[in-house]
Ligand binder design. Structure first.
Ligand code: 5GP
Ligand code: MN
Length: 339
């Protein structure tokens, strides 16, 4: 699906009129969040616009190579700078999230208090209302949407940095074209990226495969020691304590993709990853088909949301208590219950 050309041109008008443009994404920014903001930033930079990227907290370290010649502002590290950027903003573009609360309480406040125009570009269901909304819940990724918009907006071919970032977003949000890619659109975009010389194989290796020795050993440990399978409930989950994470010198991004391994167990249709962080338990949910709606499961029970087959949430109980409640939910087949 392509966006209405006039609407894209109207967005182009907002970009040209604004002096300071702030691009913002969600907490715990993933590959698509980082890639879509970087692509938009590089485009604005190539047009001579003054733009800045703000994330609520740190991005995965293996994506650092995308920030070539600039740095995002991390609000949890430098809230003053983030606040100042929103205060001076002439336009705010929100990428890869559907609710302002996904951008942390602090940034939600900054965005709501800013009186400039706000634009949303996102592929989650049920997008928030803003001055302009580009939403397509059937899209593989926000990066796919950014590509479609920039292709319309730019009168010259997009530079390789932009195109490479788009590929990273497509790759990370579809597990390298394994899921969330039921439409031809993402393959069409990928074909155009290939034709433009995007180094697909090396980017895929860099973003999806390569990591520290500790990261790989944490994966092995998670599967050997921490995965529990419930064959009679078609479910499996992995729970990692703070001590487990410390043992493998956990770095942001090291658990990216680990939840998907649960779905590789024969017969398992619902998988989860529970990991203990400083003040809460981070939860990821995945399912093998739309019949198990993990977006609903995450929002009904775990203060979260996301997509039908990939969602996240948060528990404020201890890890043990969270495991107890979660196992009861599995035994009661709550993950299978239609909303
Ligand atoms: P992940 O499990 O990889 O962190 O997230 C899977 C998907 O769910 C992503 O699209 C992510 O944006 C979304 N998601 C993760 N955590 C939350 C949450 O707490 N609330 C909502 N609304 N979406 C989430
Ligand atoms: Mn996304």
């Amino acid at each position: 699906m392509d966006f209405d050309r006039d609407k894209v041109l109207e967005f182009g008008g907002l970009l040209s009129e604004a002096d300071n443009i702030v691009l913002v994404s969600h907490s715990n920014p993933d590959g698509d969040a980082v890639a879509s903001t970087v692509a938009m930033y590089c485009y604005l930079n190539s047009c001579g616009k003054n733009a800045a990227v703000v994330y609520p907290n740190e991005y995965p370290s293996n994506l650092g190579f995308l920030f070539d010649g600039f740095n995002p502002v991390i609000a949890s590290v430098d809230l003053g700078r983030a606040r100042a950027l929103f205060k001076d903003a002439g336009l705010v573009v929100c990428l890869d999230f559907n609710r302002l609360s996904r951008a942390s309480e602090e940034l939600e406040r900054c965005i709501s208090q800013s009186d400039c125009k706000k634009v949303l570009i996102d592929h989650h269901v049920d997008p928030a209302e803003m001055d302009m909304v580009f939403s397509d819940p059937h899209a593989s990724s926000t990066s796919e949407l950014v590509y479609k918009i920039l292709k319309h907006l730019s009168d010259k071919s997009l530079d390789i940095r932009i195109l490479s970032a788009i590929y990273v977003g497509l790759c990370t949000d579809t597990g390298c074209f394994s899921y969330s890619c039921g439409r031809r659109d993402c393959f069409d975009v990928a074909a155009e990226l290939a034709e433009s010389g995007v180094p697909m194989a090396s980017l895929k290796r860099k973003v999806m495969d390569e990591g520290s020795e500790n990261r790989l050993r944490l994966l092995g440990f998670s599967l050997l020691e921490r995965m529990k399978v419930f064959p009679e409930h078609s479910a499996a989950y992995i729970a990692l304590s703070r001590d487990d994470l410390q043992r493998f010198d956990f770095r942001k991004g090291d658990l990216e993709g680990v939840v998907n391994y649960c779905l590789r167990v024969e017969g398992v249709r619902f998988g989860a990853l529970l990991s203990e962080r400083s003040d809460r338990i981070r939860m990821s949910f995945r399912s093998t088909s739309a019949e198990i709606d993990v977006n609903r499961f995450a929002s009904d029970y775990w203060n979260g949301g996301g997509h039908v087959q990939a969602a996240g949430g948060t528990s404020f109980f201890t890890l043990d208590k969270t495991i107890e409640i979660f196992e009861n939910q599995i035994r009661n087949n709550l993950h299978e219950t239609k909303g």
